[in-house]
Design a protein around this ligand. Sequence first.
Ligand code: PLP
Length: 409
Amino acid sequence: MTLNVSALRAAFPALAQEVHGRPLAYLDNAATTQRPRAVVEAIARFYEHDNANVHRGVHALAARATDAYEAARAKLAAWIGARSPREIVFVRGTTEAINLVAATWGRKHIASGDEILLTEMEHHANIVPWRMLADAVGARIVVAPIRADGALDLDAFRARLSARTKLVAITHVSNALGTINPVEEITALAKQKGAHVLIDGAQALAHLRPDVAAIGCDFYAMSAHKAFGPFGIGALWAREEILAAMPPYQGGGEMIRTVSFEKVEFAEHPHRFEAGTPNVAGAIGWAAALDWMAKLDFQAVHAHEQALLEAASEALGAIPGLVIHGTAKAKAPIVSFTVKGVHAHDLGTILDQHGVAVRAGHHCAMPLMQRLGVPATARASFACYNTHEEVEALAEGVRAAMRMFALEA
Ligand code: PLP
C-alpha cells in the first residue's frame, strides 16, 4: 500500500503555509514534528469540557480528567508492548526519563568502579546524566565507537562490555546520523554480561514501532513531541519489577500514601515517580497522537520515508563539496551534511530563505561532532508527511547557498 501523503498533510495545519514567500518545507522533524489537528483538538476539548486536576477530586470533571489521563497511560503501554500501564511513568520527555533512571536506579545500583557503557553517537540527554552520576559515585563512563559510516562498531561494543558494566545506555535512532541501532542484539549482548539496558527512544517513535518486550531492554525513554504529540510530556517505560524496587525521584503530592513530619510512606509505581500535578492535557494530546498514528500503515510509512531518504541522499550526494555524515545501511530519514566552504549555520539561514526548515549545529551531540571532525552539520530530517518536492527544494536551496558563496554547485 502506498501512503496518501496529501491526505496526511491535510491533517497538519502548520504545513500549509508559506515562509519568505515560498511553500514551507518542514525538514526539522528530528527536533520536533508538527502535530495533527486531532491532537490540538483533543487538548482544546479537554480544557473546554473536562479540565480538572487528576486523582484528587471526587467531582465529575476530576473523574473524567483522571480517566482520560490513565487511559493515555494504558494506550501508550499497549503501543510499545508494555505488560501493564503500571510500567509507564509520565515525565516531561526523554531527558527527564533518563535523569529519573540515573537519579534513582543509578544511585542505588551503580557504585565506585562500575562502568556505564555509552556510544559515540549519543545525544547529550544520554551522556550528561551518566557523567553526573559517574562523578557522584566514582563510576566510569566507557564509550563504544562508531564506524566510518556512522553505524555502531559492534565488535568494539562487545569488547567494551565486561563484568563491570552495570548499564548500557544507547540511542535507538541517532538524531544526528540517522543510524538505527540493532537494539535487540545490543540488549542480548549486554544481558550476557548481566548489565541493564536503557534505550533512548526519542527519535524512534515517529518512524518505528518499538516493542519493549521484543527488544528485551529494561528502560525505554520517549518524548511525545518527536512523534506528533504535544510538548512537555514524555514517558519512561521500565520493567515493573525494576520500577517496584526503585526509590522515588522527586517528592511532593501525588507520590505518597501517608505523610507526617516524621515519616513518609510512598505510593506504588508509577505514581511514586509522578510528584505534583502532572501534564494532564499533554497526556491526553499524546493519546490523540497515538490514535492518529494507529491509523497509519507503518509499512507504507517506512517505504515512503526510505524513498525520501534515498532521494535526499542522492540529490545532496551529487553536489560537489557536500559530505553526508552517516550512511549506515539501517537509517531513519535523517540526512546530516556539511558543505566545504559554507558554515552549517549559513546553510540553515539560506535554506530558510527558500522556505526550507532544517537544523544547523551540533545537535546536542558534541562528542559525535568531535568524532566527525566538524563543529556542526546541517540536518534535514523527514517525517511521513514530507514530499519529494520538498527534497528538491532542499537540494535547490543548498545549490543556491553555494552560489552565494561563489562555490561550484
Ligand atoms: N535523545 C535524542 C536521540 C534526541 O534526539 C533528543 C532530542 O533531540 C533527546 C534525547 C532529548 O529529548 P527531549 O528534549 O524531548 O527530552
